[in-house]
Write a protein that binds this ligand. Sequence first.
Ligand code: TEU
Length: 563
Amino acid sequence: MTGFRSSVVYQIYPKSFYDSNGDGVGDLRGIIEKIPYIASLGVDHVWFNPFFPSPGRDNGYDISDYCAIDPAMGTMDDFEELVEALGAHGIGVMLDMVLNHTSTEHEWFRKALAGDERYQRYYYLRDPKPDGSLPTNWVSKFGGPAWEPFGDTGKYYLHLFDRTQADLDWHNPDVREEVAKVVNFWRSKGVRGFRFDVINLIGKPEALLDAPEGTDDRAMYTDGPDVHTYLQWLSEQSFGQDADSITVGEMSSTSIQACIGYSNPANHELSMVFNFHHLKVDYEDGQKWTLKDFDLAALKRLLGEWALGMQEGGGWNALFWNNHDQPRALDRFGDTGQYRYESATMLASAIHLLRGTPFVYMGEEIGMSDPAYTSIDDYVDVEARNAYRALVEGGTDPARAFAVVHSKARDNARTPMQWNAEVPGAGFTTGTPWLRPTNQGTVNVEREEAQGRILPYYRRLIALRQELPVISRGAYAPYLLEHEDVLAYTREHDDSCLMVLCSFRGHDTKVPVPEAFASARILIGNYDGNDRIRSSDELPPVADRLEVGTICLRPYEAIALLA
Ligand code: TEU
């Protein structure tokens, strides 16, 4: 295993990866069966979305027991076997720690509700305002108010997500002890990787206050004053004791400054952070449930600002286009038709050669795209269903509301991994899949292995990070920030210089190449067979492509030059 800077992480949504017993839902034994495939990618760690006991209101992010395995997913023995079997390939396990909130089915919340004051102090319970209105004007990220009556006590409990996800009060030292115990439980099973769900929400101020009128309520509880102290404490009590620990914090609506704090090694908090700013460039006025073409200028600006800002502050980014909450990037920024291969590999190049640690979300490596659902009933996610209802109730035409959900729903990412062309299971299950795949006829692992070009390209990109310090360590500098079609940057380390050019357009476009790269060689590219270069090959010169210092990029072309 290598350090996190030269690592690549593969993300698996266990419910949708591989079903070993035909019940239509993925499971741990299924993942064990597919380890040869995972290992063939060359990844260093696998992040698993939660597979702990949960009522499943938010697909496992509503946890009712942190230290057990959801029986629908397998047993603790299966888990231990999984850790060992991945470890035999040098692959580490990264678990999802959802420590900002528990399910209301968790023993702590149940005891609190039954009147146990010790456990009542685990949550944010507040009285209504004197006028009888809710304790604050905050809204839930899944729609509606963030407060729900706490039994018949007259008080309310805070839930920033679904009403069955009650926020834990980290001010209480008992809560902090409990969460450290959870992390240490999994460490004792050999786990060294942790992804912390919405961890920048744990530092809410002691007094919860209304957001001033006309302002964003997220500012009232995000990146709060105590997050850094809590993370330092948690690190010291748990994962910080492992030399080979790798941690990533999911940072909701955050800032570069805060993220430098979370990930600069001098602060002893986390290895790296996810931020989502670059994935909001197709939101109208910052609102998710809208329809808008992506803004490439904004995307370039944000990727550049974060790469540079984090570098200057000594922080470290997790790099990603896809995860279980995002519609497929191919549908948003690429072309799922004529240029599927070109745009999928271009997007991969843009991320994998940047400064940071790349994450690949299952199916991305074979070019999976959003399902072609035709009815709102095809969508199962609580967020999508709430959003549809709210749009229609707010007067949006149902056809348009459906189009919005179709392009934004988290279900888009959660359809089963497409192993082969079988209908209905796509080789994921012999039963009825819990969420229906729609294009396994053309997009599947079997076909990619036999004749595809996306999967080999990912394997090559993943290997390159371990081979070349200029990729894992090189200094980043933006290039051609004003170019209308192309994302470009350079990386520099010792005597090596890398230039990465990625066209986001379906037409030809010209890019100037500085003199220093005139005699450079092509490290990887998605045209002219440059996707088939192997490390032992002599790299082809770029000179043939240059015309008076300019290169003409073809539709969705990506090319990396090494000087
Ligand atoms: O998501 C955090 C988050 O802020 C979500 O609102 C996310 O931005 C949203 O789903 C996109 O519309 C994390 C998990 O990744 C998500 O699956 C959980 O539902 C959420 O936390 C609550 O635990």
